[in-house]
Design a binder for this molecule. Sequence first.
Ligand code: NCD
Length: 324
Amino acid sequence: MVSPIEPINGKYKGKDIISLDQFSPKDISILFKKTVGMLLIAKNARPSDLLKGNIVTLIFYEPSSRTFGSFVAAVKQLGGSTVEILDPEHFSSVSKGESLEDTIRVFEAYCDVIVLRHPKKGATLKAAQAAGFVPVINAGDGIGEHPTQALLDLYTIYERTKKLDNLIGVLAGDMLNGRTIHSLIRGLSKFNGNKLYLLSPKELRLSREDLSSHMESGKLELVEIESEKDIPKNADFWYWTRVQKERFKSESAYEKVKNRFVLDNKLIKERAGKNTIFMHPLPRVGEILPEVDKNPNAVYLRSEIRNGMYIRMALLALILGKSK
Ligand code: NCD
């Protein structure tokens, strides 16, 4: 839409959602308040017509289960409808060579919001610049960001700990390619006193550029670690991620680093606190053992999933200017 990385600054209506950098703590709190209302609508199966007459187009160039499913469900919970373009490289004019910009200009004529997932970092920003009159939501742009995932992650942390400052967190897995990690770090850097331990093989550390820009922001303390032995015992949350296989040049390079760090009951016993919560954006591919699922602090297959729908309901309502 207008200026793609415009800060939210208390006003969601009509804004593109591209990066967590757009959000202040106040903006996050506005969203969370709205999310509580959405939770009541969804949990009680209360009919809502908040988005009645609105159409949301989802264009997903990459596979998705949760982001796609929860956005579609969010629209339907609020009485709106969706246009769904999955795999546009095969099932749209993209297969004939149509550019991303033209694709966006076409679909914006049919709807009120576009939700876009794309394999290239920066593509959703480009799409937002191409869109003339509807907002674009980044549903994951390559190894760039995944803002709606980070918002639901922050909500899940807040729900359990009642705060978003002075937290100690452990992020494990693929710091280099994990877009959910990139957005979550940006989100947590808005608040005071947060300290994050980044556990990854050397090859998968945050890019030096990202690391120094986070360090310069001043508020966040980042500590890179390479062994489970360095996990602090008093963490509020552990956020595990999968090594992003699709971003590797070769199978053998992936095989070398996959599942270096596995979350199992033994590790929990050795290093977790009584209230440490266990998070994962999913899908998991072996880096959290199923034995952990029953742990009451394992939220990845529970509230983290449901919160994804509530947060997206709230975000859509705010962007479309539906205040009730
Ligand atoms: C994530 C993604 O697509 O970045 N999935 C999700 O949206 N929950 C994480 C991943 O694929 O590893």
